[in-house]
Design a protein around this ligand. Sequence first.
Ligand SMILES: *Cc1c(COP(=O)(O)O)cnc(C)c1O
Length: 390
Amino acid sequence: MFSSPEEVFEKEKKYMMPVYKRPRIVITEGKGATVSDSFGNEYIDCVGGIAVNAVGYCHPKVVKAIKEQAEKLMHVSNLYYTEPQVELAEKLSGKCGMDKVFFCNSGAESVEAALKLASKVTGKHKFIAAEGSFHGRTLGSLSVTFETKFRSVFEPLLLNGVKFVRYNDAEAIRKAIDDDTAAVILEPIQGETGVIVPSEGYLKEVREICTEKNVLLILDEIQTGFGRTGRWFCKEHEGVEPDIMTVAKAMGAGFPIGAMLAKEGIEFETSEHGSTFGGNPLACTAALASMKVIEEEKLVERSRELGAYLMEKVHEGRIDSNPVVKEIRGKGLMIGIELTKRCGEMVEKARERRILINCASESVIRLVPPLVISKEQIDRVISVLRAIIK
Ligand SMILES: *Cc1c(COP(=O)(O)O)cnc(C)c1O
């Protein structure tokens, strides 16, 4: 298709809006926890499609399921029943501990659905979100996203009536609630801001406040879901039950799909919401196959064990005592290494040594590799990190 990577870079620049800053490599294939570029160089991938490729790249069972479904029925619209959609609804609501599901195609869409639903069932219009939050880039989801660099140019279009309070401070939420507050929306661990893990008890306390004040709690598990933190969903660490929950990212093993789930009695009526593609049979088949792989290969447990292993190795390699390292934190295979300086240069250095990492916020290296990553691969990642952090 293209004669060289340079041609790809040139045409991308000519034809695409420059919203992404990318390194000058062209990724052509992926397998397990590795990807290859157009020269055949193989990289251990600790970005994992941004916490999407939990079951690894091109998992044969997911590939097979997609192929077979593609030959039968890819899309038929939500005007008709299809089996994969209903099968997934049952399986997903069971795993999430929720009652009803709405399918969509991305994280931001699931947040949109959650905000609309919370407004409609409460008849109220204000939301409380956390400083440092990231919930997506559509106008509604951006309204509850904190970072000014994402929002400032779009200001007048965003929902008004969103209050941002300090993350990890439940009392701040209590104070911010007023008579027109529909819901509080939180990530159980903040991902994009640099893997910020709140103190134990925070979510529980927020849950109690929301119940007491009769305000809905929306948990955004888009990044933390599907085994990433060593549980199917991060809320399980504390046994906290939200009223509404959003999921996407790892759900379809790379096939775009998202969902918004809610407890009994919190739901849309006919025509109040909808999506052309949301929950189409191909996407649902991919999600079903992906969830089956997570179960069969015990990837939730694996995430927990390998997360602990990685932390141990970080310690053994004395990465945590390096003066450049401010803090290392995380749960399962969702790990942030906060540095005392920007981490852009380290991302490049790691790539030269065939490890892909990225920065979540400017000074945090975020590791969210496929959950199928091996111990040997983790060892390699650690030895490279150790060398480049020096
Ligand atoms: C990625 C992410 C989103 C947005 O998902 P998209 O699929 O990019 O729209 C929302 N919330 C959280 C917590 C995320 O990590």
